[in-house]
Design a protein around this ligand. Sequence first.
Ligand code: ATP
Ligand code: MG
Length: 482
Amino acid sequence: MRVNLLCHAARAIIRALVKLRVIAHGGESEQGEERSGKGSGICHALPASPFFLPESPQLFCLKMSTESLQAVRGMNDILPEEAERWLWFESVVREWLHSYGYRNIRMPLVEPTALFKRAIGEVTDIVEKEMYSFEDALNGDQLTLRPEGTASCVRAVLQHNLLYNAPQRLYYSGQMFRHERPQKGRYRQFHQVGVEALGFAGPDIDAEQILMCARLWKLLGIRDVALQLNTLGDSASRMQHRVKLIAYFEQHTALLDAEATRRLYTNPLRILDSKNPAMQELIAGAPKLMDELDSDAIAHFAAVQQTLTEHGIAFEINPRLVRGLDYYNRTVFEWVTTRLGAQGTICAGGRYDGLIEQIGGKPAPATGFAMGVERLLALLQDDGVDFPRETMDVYVVHQGALAAPFAHQIAEQLRDANLRVVLHCGGGSFKSQMKKADASGANFAVVIGDDEVQANQVTVKPLRGGEQLRVAREALAGMMRA
Ligand code: ATP
Ligand code: MG
């Protein structure tokens, strides 16, 4: 309570000072524009001002503000214990991607809003209600935190002309942002691994991408995921289907819910994706896109299925699989588990031959997919899949004025020999340091007192059984590696 009062008082003083312009405004903003401070807390508005307080105002402000600051709802910290699983996952995924010839690409987290509107489609869940879009207060640009990676990846490929003389197999991983209702397996910041093959037209690459996924599930030890497959045909068939769908639903407008009514003329295909039980009978009787496909699309789809069958990959054809983004055509697929509740799709993708042209490039075919990392990791945990943990080799324990610099040298010498070493920092008795050495998980403690320094030796104490011994400094690394 008292701290709160103090905090309020400090804020009031700071506000008054800012108003009186006692604190000089620091930092030039982009293009020489003035910082508006719009949307920023008082801490952001405070420049470093050495005459105001003996310590920096930012630090002062932080100390005074005792309201507990929490991560944004739906955006999670990944703490060290859990991060180990992420690191293992990422290393398996990287090896797997490289084994198929995919190369890494890294795009910014923020893109012009227009990119996603154009690529994903104005009448989609993502663009209509899930995007973190904002105006850059410094220059008025309309920006969006990326809700998915395909649009950014294609933008980067076009901007840097990567398709100039060869098709590209690319992958990326990282945070995506969607303003959804947070629940298990659904977050506002989540992570995807995205895989895109640009410039490939045939069904071979579609099939290979699905085979890739199946291999990854094996590598990770994931069981019980089912493959759902569909084809969305090409734009002419989709137009024909659209006309028929609208006509069909127009005959039954009384049975449409609000969402479907809204989508009737903008995105009728998405009505087929409705989860509303009251509309299922109506949807079941709707005209099928399959009936409109042309022979090329049929042959493409058949070839994908054939390769999958040849490789023993089971799949189910789900004519209602339409995907939530506008850019897909022909092959679409989802890998689904029943074990994550409603958030059962762990990986989804398909062909998107029109997208490159749609965002300003020369027409080129493409296909890709994205995996939800949180959902995959949840599944792994659910399955009890274990993973190799990071271990330390050595914990260096030391006491005495001569021992401290010697310990630093020993630690560096061991790291030169590619060993993982924790140097005890912060003093304390030998006994308490040894407790920390034990808890570190290291295999050895290297113990250094002033007498060891004088003899140019160290004491090595195996922490997982074995006799302790004195070792000459030069022989240490060799002994540890043996
Ligand atoms: P959903 O139907 O679950 O909303 P989506 O079709 O919107 O998924 P995509 O855009 O295809 O999802 O993204 C690919 C994958 O990314 C999904 O299959 C899922 O595993 C993951 N994903 C999507 N949205 C989220 C989210 N909000 N939180 C966690 N993972 C997500
Ligand atoms: Mg979604």
